[in-house]
Write a protein that binds this ligand. Structure first.
Ligand code: CU
Length: 209
C-alpha cells in the first residue's frame, strides 16, 4: 500500500477541516443529531474537491488519492469494523430515506471512525486518526472519496443526482415527510441492478494496492 504525507498541504485548507470537526464534534456516536449526517457528507464532498484541485495543480500522483473501490480486507476484518453496516450502505441504500440518515449511519455505525483508526494503525500513518491533520495524508482521500462514492450511489438510487447539493438535501428532507415515491419499496433484484449501474456510472473501480 502506497502512503504519503503531503508536506506542503495548504494551512488554510487544513484549518478549515479542523474547524469543521471542532464545531461539529459528536461526543456520543449512539446519538448523532439530525442534520449532522447531511452536513458531514456535504462538507467532505466539497472539501475533498477543493483539496484535490490544489493537489492536482501541484502535479502530484493522482493514483495516490484515488477513491478506494472498496474497504481494504485488512480493515474489514478488524474488530471495530461493522460489516453489517457496510452491507446496508452498499446493497440497501434505499433503506436510508434521506442523505442525512445515510450520513448519520456512517458515523453511528462507527464505520467511518473504524476505517480512519485502523488505516492509521495498519499503514502506520497516525495523522489519519487525528481530525486536525488527517487531510495531509493521501489515504484521507482514498477513504473520503470512497465514502463520497457511497453518497453518490445513494443519490443515484434515490434519484437525487443532478439536482445540485443544496437542492438534494432539501428534496430528501421533504421526502422523509411521508410523500410516497417510487423507490420506497424496490424489489431486491431491481435494486442490485440499480446499485451496480450506479457504481459503474460513478466510475468506482478497483485500484491496485
Ligand atoms: Cu473530516
Amino acid at each position: 500500500m502506497m502512503m504519503s504525507i503531503i508536506r506542503n498541504f495548504p494551512r488554510a485548507l487544513l484549518e478549515e477541516h479542523r474547524q469543521w470537526h471542532h464545531a461539529n464534534h459528536q461526543d456520543n456516536p449512539a446519538n448523532i443529531p439530525a442534520g449532522y449526517g447531511l452536513r458531514f457528507l456535504e462538507f467532505h464532498r466539497q472539501f475533498i474537491a477543493r483539496a484535490l484541485q490544489w493537489y492536482n495543480r501541484q502535479g502530484y500522483n493522482p493514483q495516490l488519492v484515488a477513491p478506494w473501490q472498496s474497504v481494504p480486507e485488512e480493515i474489514r476484518y478488524t474488530p471495530c469494523y461493522n460489516r453489517a453496516a457496510e452491507r446496508r450502505i452498499l446493497f440497501n441504500p434505499q433503506s436510508f430515506a434521506t442523505a442525512d440518515e445515510l450520513g448519520r449511519f456512517i458515523e453511528s455505525s462507527n464505520i467511518h471512525g473504524c476505517i480512519h483508526q485502523e488505516a492509521a494503525r495498519l499503514y502506520n500513518e497516525r495523522e489519519l486518526n487525528d481530525f486536525d491533520v488527517a487531510p495531509v495524508s493521501t489515504i484521507f482521500y482514498n477513504i473520503h472519496g470512497m465514502i463520497d462514492g457511497w453518497y453518490r450511489q445513494w443519490e443515484s438510487v434515490m434519484g437525487q443526482q443532478g439536482r445540485g447539493n443544496a437542492a438534494a438535501g432539501v428534496t430528501s428532507r421533504r421526502k422523509s415527510g411521508g410523500k410516497g415515491h417510487n423507490l420506497a419499496q424496490p424489489d431486491r433484484r431491481n435494486l442490485s441492478g440499480k446499485v451496480k449501474h450506479a457504481l459503474a456510472k460513478n466510475g468506482i473501480r478497483r485500484r491496485s494496492k
